[in-house]
Write a protein that binds this ligand. Structure first.
Ligand code: SF4
Length: 439
C-alpha cells in the first residue's frame, strides 16, 4: 500500500495528475464486434472498419483514445475513466486502478508514453483479445454477447420474460452486434490483428490474454499457435487463455501438444462450486471432465488458475471446491490452480448478496474452517476479503434495485432457466430450497 502511494505521488503525478499507462500500452479488443477499450472500466467504442484495413494499429490507436491521451498529458481527466476519478476524489491517499495498471510498466516506458505526441500510434505491451463468441457453455451469469450457446437458447426458446432488474438487457435479445461476421466469413478486425501481430506485436507484447467465447473452439487461436510453431523463438510473448476446459478431448489434447512451441502458457478457468451445483450454474459443464482436464494441463507444464465467480448459487459448495484444490496441492504443489475470487455484480439478482444472512453466515463459517496449509499468502488475503464482503456488504452495487425486486427476478429467472435447460433448482441446491420457496 505504502509503495503504491509512493508510486502514485512520485512517478505518476510527476508526469501529470491524470496520467495512466494503460491508455497507451494496454487494450481489450473484441474482434468479433470490432470494439476496443483501454482497461475494462471505460466504455468500449467501435474501431472504424475502413481505416483499420489500411492501418491495423488503429485496433488500439483510435481517435477516441488519442484524444484521451492528450487530455491525460495536459492533466485533464477523460470522462470514461470515471471509475478511477471517483476513488481518487475520496482523498489524496486513495489509490485507484490507474496506479495498479500503470505500475506494471517500467518508469522508462511510462516516460516515453508521456513524451510521445498524442496523435502518434503506440505498440501495445499488454493485450486481451476475444476472437469471437463461440462457446459450448451457457452459464447462468453469462449472456449472448459472450456465448453462442446463450444465443441458441434465446433463438430456440424466446427471450427471458418479466425481469425488471436486468438493466443491461442481458437476456432480452441475442446481442447480434457482438458477432458482426458469420462463421467462415473473413473478419477484417481479425485480419488486422494478425497483420499487426506479424509486424510488431509479436515483439512488443509482454502478455497476450485470449478470452472468448471459448478460445479453444476458435480457429484463430490455433492460427496464432501455428505461428509460434512456424516461428521458433521469434516471440517471447507470455500467452494466457481463459478456457472453460469443457471442450472436446481432441481440443484439450491439441492445447497440451501446442505447449512445446510456446514460450509459456497460463490457462485461467472458472469454477466456484462442485458436482451438479457447478453443472447447474455453468450449463454445459461436466464437472468430473473439468477436474480431469485441469490436472492434465498441470502435468503438461501449463500453469493453471481457477477464477471463482462468487454468485448466489455457489455459496453452499464453494468451501468444498476450495478444499478440493487445496487437497490436490499435497500432490501437485502450491502452484496448482491458484485461486482468485471475482465477486459477481451483474446481473445483480444473481449476486450472493440476495441471499439471507444466515446462508451467507453458514458459508463464512465453513470458509473459516478450511485447512489452509496449502494456500498461498496472496490467496489467503483474497479469501479474507471475501469473508469480510459476505459479512458486511448488503447491496450488490450502487445502481442495483431494491432487494424485493432482485428476489422476484431471482425466482422468475431460475424458474425459466430450469425449463429451458432441463435442470432442477431443488436438486442442485438443497441448501437454498427452503429460502427459494419463500420467494
Ligand atoms: S485511468 Fe483508470 S479507468 Fe482509465 S484507463 Fe487507467 S485504469 Fe482504466
Amino acid at each position: 500500500m505504502q509503495t503504491d502511494l509512493i508510486f502514485k505521488h512520485q512517478i505518476l503525478e510527476k508526469l501529470s495528475p491524470s496520467f495512466c499507462g494503460a491508455k497507451w500500452y494496454n487494450a481489450t479488443i473484441w474482434l468479433g464486434s470490432g470494439m476496443t477499450t483501454s482497461c475494462h472500466h471505460p466504455p468500449a467504442h467501435l474501431v472504424d472498419i475502413e481505416q483499420v484495413k489500411q492501418n491495423p494499429k488503429l485496433l488500439h490507436n483510435t481517435p477516441e483514445k488519442k484524444e484521451q491521451r492528450r487530455q491525460m498529458q495536459c492533466g485533464e481527466r477523460p470522462g470514461g475513466c470515471e471509475y478511477c476519478w471517483k476513488l481518487e476524489d475520496m482523498g489524496p491517499n486513495y489509490i485507484s486502478d490507474r496506479v495498479y495498471k500503470s505500475k506494471i510498466y517500467t518508469q522508462e516506458e511510462l516516460k516515453d508514453a508521456f513524451n510521445t505526441p498524442a496523435d502518434q500510434d503506440i505498440d501495445l505491451i499488454t493485450l486481451e483479445i476475444a476472437f469471437d463468441r463461440t462457446c459450448n457453455f451457457a452459464c447462468s451469469y453469462c449472456n449472448p454477447a459472450f456465448s453462442s450457446t446463450w444465443v441458441k437458447d434465446l433463438k430456440n426458446n424466446g427471450t427471458y420474460t418479466d425481469l425488471v432488474s436486468d438493466g443491461r438487457n442481458h437476456f432480452t435479445h441475442t446481442h447480434d452486434s457482438a458477432q458482426l461476421y458469420k462463421f467462415g466469413e473473413t473478419n477484417p478486425y481479425v485480419e488486422a490483428f494478425f497483420k499487426w501481430w506479424d509486424s510488431d506485436l509479436h515483439r512488443t507484447l509482454r502478455e497476450l490474454r485470449i478470452t472468448g467465447g471459448e478460445p479453444i473452439m476458435s480457429a484463430e487461436l490455433w492460427r496464432l499457435f501455428d505461428w509460434f510453431k512456424d516461428n521458433v523463438d521469434k516471440s517471447q510473448t507470455k500467452l494466457a487463455i481463459n478456457s472453460n476446459l469443457g471442450g472436446k478431448a481432441e481440443l484439450i489434447d491439441r492445447l497440451v501438444d501446442c505447449r512445446k512451441h510456446l514460450p509459456s502458457l497460463d490457462v485461467y478457468t472458472s469454477m466456484e462450486a462442485t458436482g451438479y451445483s457447478a453443472e447447474y450454474i455453468r450449463d454445459g459443464l461436466d464437472f468430473e471432465l473439468w477436474w480431469n482436464n485441469i490436472q492434465k494441463l498441470h502435468h503438461a507444464d501449463i500453469s493453471t488458475h481457477c477464477m471463482m465467480t462468487i454468485n448466489a448459487l455457489c455459496l453452499p459448495t464453494l468451501p468444498n471446491m476450495i478444499q478440493k484444490i487445496l487437497d490436490k496441492r499435497n500432490e501437485f504443489g502450491k502452484d496448482f490452480a491458484t485461486m482468485s475470487y471475482n465477486i459477481l455484480r451483474f446481473p445483480s439478482f444473481q449476486s450472493c448478496l440476495v441471499l439471507p444472512q444466515h446462508i451467507k453466515d453458514a458459508c463464512v463459517a465453513r470458509l473459516q474452517q478450511l485447512d489452509l496449509t496449502n494456500m498461498q499468502d496472496w490467496e489467503h488475503g483474497q479469501l479474507e476479503r471475501l469473508i469480510e464482503y459476505l459479512q458486511v456488504v448488503e447491496t450488490p452495487h450502487s445502481e442495483s434495485f431494491e432487494m424485493p425486486k432482485l428476489h422476484n427476478d431471482f425466482k422468475r429467472f431460475y424458474t425459466q432457466y430450469d425449463v429451458r435447460r432441463n435442470h432442477t433448482f431443488a436438486k442442485a441446491f438443497p441448501e437454498l430450497e427452503e429460502w427459494y420457496q419463500t420467494l
